[in-house]
Design a protein around this ligand. Sequence first.
Ligand code: ZN
Length: 288
Amino acid sequence: MVDPQWDFDAIGGEATSVEDALSSPESVNAQVAQVLSESVGEAPLIPLPEDDRVTLGGGLYWDGELVTHAQVREMTGEDEEALARVKGSLARWLSMLLERTVVRLGDEPATPKAIRRLLIGDRDELVLGVRIATFGKHITAQNVQCPHCDEYFDAKVDLTRIDRVSLEEVKPRHEYTVELRAGKSAVVRLPDGAAQESIFENADATIPERNSLLLAACLVSVTKNGVADTRTGVELAKALSVSDRRTLIRFISETQPGPLLDDIRFDHEACGKEVRLTLELPDLFRGE
Ligand SMILES: [Zn+2]
């Protein structure tokens, strides 16, 4: 099911503000999760550095070099005003946030072009970094109901201790070969910010249409018995069998690095049992 409310333009065409984002029932990471729609397995943990340095679980290939660190800064009132003027999808809002607050990628000043090339999971990691630089590392999720003892409580989450997926094998340009059925194989690239924007540009797109856009953005080539398919983009994505599409989307979902904002786990002090929680990206800017 697609909730059209995920796109701020669907809310009466008003400009987006942080408050709008906070009241939006859906947000981009939920939407991405919906598109990818597969759960990921047990994830290795990597620590998030303190202050304004952010470690990128995927990294960015730029001029042939793998960039794995970034520097962010806290959000200002000027940023807040600029973000309130963003029209379009939450993916576009995220790009604007990152264009303004990511200071350096590796040793170089960050550029909008480089930021759009960052993997979706690394963009989530940078948003977390900006949030920590702006409001600190703790966030309180209010009125969470414990599924074990039914008690309602306010959960304090340490954002530096959220589970993260890191790449088991870093490939040049993040390109991986995936075996498909009937002698076919595909080379796919993990989705980046540009892919994220194209997937969510049309608020009315159905899930299969979004899947086609995702695959169009990620497919580098498809070969059958060594012969390359000459089709490209959405045409190629639509020509694939449903089974092969699922195989590819599952691979992309399971491989994508980044913080597991949709599966935050902590212990409920009152009963000592584990509670799981989902945080949407705009929730992060609620402040304490
Ligand atoms: Zn409990």
